[in-house]
Design a protein around this ligand. Structure first.
Ligand code: SF4
Length: 493
């Protein structure tokens, strides 16, 4: 047990064996399979006879979307069949997020709905991901309908846990399958994700985080930071290109601390961007505290690395940044923005802001407001602070900003950011931009939708601009809102 409370596994590349299959609630204390006198024997080879249909829903971030691709791959290898129809499913899995209140609430709402279904027919319910890791006691006690819990490092055990839960259900027993140990080694490097057709493919280049920002639950739910081997990532990028994907997004909680042997992130992203057939490479998220110059130079100069950087600010107050344990000051953040823009003025910057963090006074918020006015991000994800269980902030800092004040601050920042984004997007009027086609616009199948290099949504009339997903078009911008650019074909030369 490390000082952070994370458990390590003895074998590199192997998920910890920690499944507990007990009637009712259980807790786990050791690294080997534990069998209760009344337990169902866990054995991956002893499955139910007929194919089992699984419905998987994903809540939260891109890393969770990627993890769902891993889960589908691991389950399919073990004979499970996925269905998009909840009504057909023998097993319903939710891949959850513990970072945002919103995703958390959606999971609880969905669990209440599943309770009703489970009263009417046999059903195994599983909760995966960060909530399973962080709220295991709550989920097993308050929600007795949950049969299987698997944290982000335990997906290899899912097929076995689900089979066992299915057999328990057939035998009229109540059993909980629990696999929530954290690993210092698991990167799923050998699992090829089951990717849906599309233009973009994600590759998680690392898992976990060592930064321990005081508001964040990730170090507790996803464990310590570990990087995947570079050669495996590059090989996967070649496979992705061969499958027809045009864009790769490299994922990690803190991508610029990627390290594997003598590979750092700047070298890795260049190698991925060199893969023939890949038009665009994006990455998320880098940490402002360690943004090396070679990485900036790669972004600025490589034709296939998008000119867009997501740079999470969180607060414009040094005092709050200190409480958040972010590891940078406002003057350092400002210097980084200046450096980026001095290297390339057209780089699109986006950010994350938390409003109403514990102890945030009016003057702290005003400092954030002023910094957003000054930096003029193209977009910002603005959240109200919501305390997450087991974080440093939950243990040390009272959540003392009232809901009304948080709402007022978020509203002011939204309004400010909308005005800035509108002005920023209108700077593209009459410009011709490369646009990667993703498909139809959400609002109308008569419109096409794609992304600019800076990741801004672009919409066009399909009659005027024939397009297909994956095409890289050159489009002229004739109108812009705070969220969208409107485009057509450029005039003939
Ligand atoms: S860098 Fe901070 S906010 Fe990001 S995942 Fe790590 S602890 Fe969480």
């Amino acid at each position: 047990m490390s000082s952070t409370g994370l458990q390590s596994t003895p074998t590199p590349g192997t998920a910890p064996v920690s499944a507990l299959l007990l009637p009712g609630r259980s807790s786990y204390n050791g690294p080997t399979m534990t069998t209760h006198p009344n337990a169902i024997q866990a054995n991956a080879t002893q499955g139910t006879a007929t194919p089992t249909h699984v419905h998987l829903e994903t809540f939260g971030c891109q890393m969770n979307e990627y993890d769902s691709e891993l889960v589908r791959a691991l389950m399919q290898q073990n004979g499970f069949v996925f269905t998009s129809e909840q009504e057909r499913a023998d097993v319903i899995l939710m891949n959850t997020c513990a970072i945002r209140e919103n995703a958390h609430n959606k999971v609880y709402t969905h669990l209440s709905e599943l309770k009703k279904i489970k009263r009417q027919r046999p059903l195994v319910v599983g909760v995966l991901g960060c909530m399973a890791q962080n709220l295991k006691d709550e989920l097993t006690e308050i929600q007795p309908l949950v049969d299987v819990l698997a944290g982000p490092d335990s997906y290899r055990q899912l097929p076995m846990l689900i089979r066992t839960a299915l057999r328990a259900q057939e035998d009229g027993l109540e059993a909980k399958g629990l696999a929530v140990d954290l690993s210092e080694y698991e990167t799923y490097h050998d699992v090829v994700p089951d990717r849906r057709d599309g233009v973009n493919a994600w590759i998680a280049i690392m898992r976990g985080c060592d930064n321990f920002c005081s508001f964040c639950v990730v170090p507790y739910t996803r464990g310590r930071e570990r990087s995947r081997d570079a050669e495996g990532i590059i090989l996967e990028a070649h496979q992705i290109a061969a499958q027809g994907f045009k864009q790769i997004t490299l994922l990690g909680q803190n991508v610029n601390s990627y390290r594997f042997d003598d590979w750092d992130f700047a070298r890795l992203i260049r190698a991925v961007a060199d893969v023939p057939g890949i038009e665009r490479v994006r990455f998320t998220s880098p940490h402002p505290k360690d943004f090396p110059l070679p990485l900036l130079e790669a972004v600025v100069s490589h034709p296939h690395i998008c000119k867009q950087i997501h740079l999470p600010l969180q607060s414009g107050s040094d005092r709050i940044l200190g409480l958040m344990n972010r590891g940078y000051t406002i003057s350092e953040y400002r210097a980084l923005v200046d450096r980026i823009r001095s290297l390339r003025s057209d780089i699109v910057l986006s950010t994350d802001i938390i409003c109403g963090f514990a102890g945030e006074r009016d003057e702290d918020f005003e400092a954030t407001y002023r910094l957003i006015e000054e930096v003029r991000f193209h977009s910002a994800f603005i959240f109200k602070y919501s305390e997450r269980k087991h974080t440093i902030a939950a243990r040390k800092f009272p959540d003392d900003v009232s809901e009304a004040v948080k709402t007022a601050r978020v509203t002011r920042l939204f309004d400010l950011q909308r005005t800035i984004a509108y002005a920023r997007n209108r700077e593209y009027l009459h410009a011709t931009l490369p646009v990667l086609v993703e498909g139809d616009a959400k609002r109308s199948a008569a419109q096409g939708m794609g992304k600019s290099d800076g990741n801004i949504t672009v919409i066009w009339d399909k009659q005027a601009v024939p397009s297909h997903p994956g095409a890289l078009l050159s489009l002229a911008i004739y109108d812009a809102s705070s969220t969208t650019l409107y485009a057509t074909l450029p005039p003939a030369p």
